[in-house]
Design a protein around this ligand. Structure first.
Ligand code: ATP
Ligand code: MG
Length: 392
């Protein structure tokens, strides 16, 4: 029998929430593996077992599981039956040796774990016995410190599982256990990473994008759609609101002094995003701000922008450098899309000298020239909603 054995960090799962977290993780694994003919995902004690039918492609299963938040690591394993009272490792040894014929390695080690303490053999007994058998049949020496290949063995009550690979998952918590948040996504490198950070802590996410349409093309919208599709591999289903923002920006430009434009755009975005977030029952708004990165992200401007929102503003990248953010974007698969050229609405009519130390009183004064409720309503009326699911 082929299966995937999934491990999760238990620290976050202690106490009364544990059952709920585990059930959520099982459900998310089922969602992630949709379309692969997998029907059995079972919660065993401290691990989850996914039975793989013969037609399931191991590489695709691995790729999908590697994106399920809450998974610490997993392996694609084979199982052989075990008699608890009279454990006999011959069948296990034969199966391992057959599996190793396909692998090239010079040194190896065996790492065993025993879930059922009633088993008369300890983990170390199993490691020694299997190690001796592999050494005898392959002639390869054991290296405990730096082996080319590690054979992982798990002894459960009725079966033993073995595998020669352990694959890292994202860690974090199962999506859905931390409520829903609304992510402001721009098409740049930062905002998809910010969304991912919150998703990884267990949040469901919906996305809000402001496009410069009708003053610029749809290029940023196409990019954002692709980014949200990439992130949907962690979310299974999500929604994207696109708001044509060009007219609202034109009105800001006509009625207010140039240095305040950037901060005024941002405050207007937050108000519209907040209204959508409340409709979607979100508890917070997420941005990709990183302290000091650009004019809109000075301490003063961040504070002034924040004042426009009535929901918590979450900025998971606030203390990260661009290089760190870029590395993460590459890891999660959004970087290549983010660097494609587009026409970001924030660059529309940007003044040569934006205010970097905006004072709130001054800004509130400037903002009096705008009919804010009408502009917010105009944004909401024009919002275009798409449902995005994984697999596409
Ligand atoms: P990124 O856009 O990915 O952050 P950036 O450095 O261009 O890269 P800024 O333009 O400074 O970012 O914007 C900061 C944050 O404001 C973004 O991370 C995003 O959360 C939000 N934001 C900016 N522009 C938009 C937009 N057009 N639509 C939605 N959110 C936006
Ligand atoms: Mg940025």
């Amino acid at each position: 029998m082929r299966c995937a054995i999934v491990h999760y960090h238990e620290l976050a799962l202690k106490g009364r929430n544990r059952d709920y977290f585990e059930q959520r993780l099982v459900r998310n694994i089922q969602f992630a593996l949709q379309g692969l003919g997998i029907t059995r995902v079972e919660n065993l004690r401290s691990r989850i077992r996914v039975i793989l039918p013969p037609e399931a492609d191991g590489a695709v299963v691995s790729e999908r599981l590697a994106r399920v938040c809450g998974i610490a690591n997993f392996s694609l394993a084979r199982a052989v039956p075990l008699n608890l009272a009279e454990p006999n490792l011959e069948e296990l040894n034969a199966a391992i040796i057959e599996e190793l014929r396909l692998k090239s390695f010079s040194t190896f080690r065996v790492t065993a774990k025993r879930a059922d303490k009633r088993l008369p053999l300890t983990s170390m007994d199993v490691e020694r016995m299997v190690g001796a058998a592999v050494h005898e049949r392959t002639g390869k020496p054991v290296s405990l410190k730096d082996p080319d290949l590690t054979i992982y063995i798990e002894l459960l009550s009725k079966d033993v599982y073995f595998s020669a690979d352990k694959i890292q998952g994202p860690g974090g918590m199962p999506v859905g256990v931390s409520g829903t948040i609304a992510c402001l996504i721009s098409g740049g490198i930062d905002s998809p990473v910010a969304a991912y950070r919150m998703i990884k802590r267990g949040c469901r996410a919906v996305f809000v994008h402001f496009s410069g349409r009708p003053l610029v093309s749809r290029a940023s919208e196409d990019k954002v759609r692709e980014l949200v599709q990439t992130l949907s591999a962690y979310l299974y289903d999500t929604r994207l609101y696109v708001i044509p923002f060009g007219e609202i920006q034109r009105e800001i430009v006509l009625r207010t002094p140039a240095p305040f434009r950037v901060v005024l755009y941002r405050r207007m975005m937050l108000r519209i995003a907040e209204a959508l977030a409340r409709k979607e029952q979100c508890w917070g708004l997420v941005t990709g701000d990183s302290l000091g990165q650009v004019a809109s992200q000075t301490p003063e401007n961040l504070s002034v922008v924040e004042e426009a929102a009535g929901l918590p503003i979450l900025r998971p990248l606030i203390g990260m450098d661009k290089l760190e953010i870029t590395d993460e974007a590459k890891r999660i698969g959004t970087y290549e899309t983010s660097i494609e050229p587009d026409q970001d609405c924030c660059k529309l009519f940007t003044p040569p000298h934006p205010s970097t130390r905006t004072r709130l009183e001054e800004l509130l004064n400037v903002e009096r020239a705008l009919d804010i409720p009408r502009l917010v309503q105009q944004g909401l009326d024009k919002a275009e909603l798409s449902d995005i699911t994984f697999p596409a």
